[in-house]
Design a binder for this molecule. Structure first.
Ligand code: S3P
Length: 165
């Protein structure tokens, strides 16, 4: 089994919203690895970070992504940091991957709405800039397609994605 498409990109790029929209249009299932982890552990991502630290979360994330890639045949969204794992990037090389790109200003604005992002607590703009600069080459490495989402709402991004894929 293989997902129709896997959505990657920084927090605030709209991965979950666009994945839901695409799944609905195509009549396929939607899956999100952050939600898989929260369900399996019975706690929020925020709680996992606070109680067990980021390295533990990354281990869980690597396993959750590997499981979803082999089990899911719909649209899959993975957490913004999933591409930091070399193993995950190697797995993604065998899949159709859509990189939802977002500039700093739009990313900060959108990500600020969701409080479940422990890595962005505090100086959200500064943290987001570091995170985007570090990860951009990794998103680009795994991307089959890229859409810059800054000026687009979720429906317009889904329109473009549906043309590409
Ligand atoms: C993270 C992004 C989050 C979530 C966790 C870590 C990251 O997912 O996995 O807070 O490292 O960028 P979203 O990209 O869906 O916000």
């Amino acid at each position: 089994m293989s997902p129709v498409v896997v959505l990657v990109g920084p927090p605030g790029a709209g991965k979950t919203t666009v994945a839901l929209e695409l799944a609905e249009r195509w009549g396929v299932d939607f899956r999100d690895t952050d939600q898989d982890i929260e369900k399996a552990k019975g706690v929020t991502i925020q709680e996992l970070f606070v109680d067990h630290g980021e390295p533990h979360f990354r281990e869980l994330e690597e396993k959750a992504v590997a499981a979803a890639l082999s089990e899911h045949d719909g649209v899959l969204a993975v957490g913004g940091g999933a591409v930091m794992s070399e193993r995950t990037r190697a797995l993604l090389a065998d899949h159709r991957v859509l990189f939802l790109d977002v500039g700093l200003a739009a990313g900060v604005q959108r990500a600020g709405v969701n409080g479940n992002r422990p890595l962005l607590l505090g100086n959200i703009r500064g943290r987001m800039k570091i995170l985007m600069d570090q990860r951009r080459p990794l998103y680009e490495e795994v991307a089959t397609y890229t859409i810059l989402t800054d000026a687009l709402d979720a429906s317009a991004v889904a329109d473009r994605a549906a043309q590409l894929i």
